[in-house]
Design a protein around this ligand. Structure first.
Ligand code: SAH
Ligand code: SF4
Length: 390
């Protein structure tokens, strides 16, 4: 592994300011409107004030009420008395040799989560977290070795997008010609945590991010990845409308039980039924099946043929993820030949089967490598292996 190009330790205050003011970030339009009225905004002005404030915060990225020049001075003061515009604090930022950026972010209570920005030639993807740690214990995932500490609030989820925009200098400049190219063109909920176990906060956060008067990211530019929380899958389409990815990873219940233990609760057949019934499923909105390639575990040609059978009737694409190793991991990455042979079988059966290029490996920013260093409750190597049934 090569050394990361830079690592800045930002000298920001260690603690979020204690305040009984309401943080605007992450409130849905309805909730913010209500809060404005409760703070003394006259009912008949509420809609207009909400629109103005929303634009300042989410279109222009302004954090200081005093700079909101189309609001009367005393109204700005009223806002400052009742509200804050707070983001989680960036503790460290690492930049990989390949341009990938990893932010370690501190939230209230001193917990930490990671956020990763992956620049590509035709897009820039921000990978955000939904929980501190994860309650699930997928045996190949570094986050799964960390105990869940808590769900993130909607504000902490939206805040990840905003702090990355800050770092990338992506807020529009007033008076400058409109720039349609976006550094953050896509968002994936593929960081730490299981987003469908924090559904309401993830939904509210994505509504804020998608809102046309603000950050305005299209719903098809957001992908939510789940390990297979079957009862919540349909709501992803009806209440958020974003794209869905499923961590499939195995073609028999026996193997999937070991890799993705939630399979013991909702097995492959039950999961596939839920996916077939996914509202709005079409060829233009296919489900992504994520499949991590683990040497000698799930990577044979038979597995590939079985996967093709299982996919029948579902508009799908298969994203093959070469396993990213982490200290103590009980698996090895499949060989390049194996991965390509697997991809060919899927492709020849009519499904796109891209192989995901690992990014940011030198800074441990690749899929499944995230885990905050401050969370000390580590499982032992033996425990991980035992849970994996090895
Ligand atoms: N909890 C959600 C989203 C976060 S994980 C989920 O499980 O889908 C995002 C993706 O990275 C999942 O497909 C996950 O299975 C995969 N992943 C986890 N650990 C990995 C590793 N070490 N190497 C490669 N992919 C990994
Ligand atoms: Fe949790 Fe996803 Fe990791 Fe499984 S793969 S432990 S669900 S974050």
């Amino acid at each position: 592994m090569t050394a990361p190009i830079t690592q800045d330790v930002l000298t920001l205050p260690r603690k979020l300011p204690e305040t009984d003011k309401t943080n605007i970030v992450g409130l849905t339009r309805d909730a913010l409107r209500e809060a404005l009225v409760a703070a003394g905004t006259p009912e008949r002005q509420a809609k207009m004030r909400l629109g103005q404030l929303w634009q300042w915060v989410y279109h222009w990225g302004v954090r200081d009420f005093a700079a909101m020049t189309n609001l009367a001075k005393d109204y700005r003061a009223l806002l400052a008395d009742h509200f804050t515009i707070d983001l989680p604090e960036v503790v460290t930022r690492q930049i990989s040799a390949d341009g990938t950026r990893k932010y370690l972010v501190r939230i209230a209570g001193g917990h930490e989560v990671e956020v990763v920005y992956i620049p590509e030639t035709d897009r820039g993807t921000l990978c955000i977290s939904s929980q501190v740690g994860c309650t699930l214990t997928c045996s190949f995932c570094h986050t799964g070795t960390q105990k869940l500490v808590r769900n993130l609030t909607a504000g902490e989820i939206v805040g990840q997008v905003m702090l990355a925009r800050d770092d990338l200098g992506e807020w529009p400049v007033q008076g400058a010609p409109k720039d349609e190219t976006r550094l953050i063109s896509n968002i994936v909920l593929m960081g730490m945590g299981e987003p469908l176990y924090n559904f309401e906060n993830v939904r509210d956060a994505m509504k804020v991010v998608m809102d046309n008067e603000g950050i305005a990211l299209g719903r098809r530019r957001i992908t939510l990845s789940t390990s297979g929380v079957v009862p919540e899958i349909a709501r992803t389409a009806t209440e958020i409308g974003c794209l869905l990815a499923v961590s499939f990873h195995a073609t028999t219940d026996e193997v999937r039980d070991q890799l993705v233990p939630i399979n013991k609760r909702w097995n492959i057949a039950t999961l596939l039924e839920a996916l077939k019934a996914y509202p709005g499923l079409s060829n233009s909105e296919r489900i992504t099946f994520e499949y991590v390639m683990l040497d000698g575990v799930n990577d044979t040609k038979e597995d590939a043929y079985r996967l093709v059978e299982l996919l029948k009737g579902i508009p799908a694409k298969v994203n093959l993820i070469p396993f990213n190793e982490w200290p103590g991991a009980p698996y090895k990455r499949s060989s390049g030949n194996r991965i390509h042979a697997f991809a060919d079988i899927i492709y020849n059966a009519g499904y796109a089967s891209p192989i995901r290029t690992p990014r940011g490996e030198d800074i441990m920013a690749a899929c499944g490598q995230l885990k905050s260093a401050t969370e000390r409750a580590r499982k032992s190597k033996a425990q991980i292996a035992a849970e994996a049934g090895l």
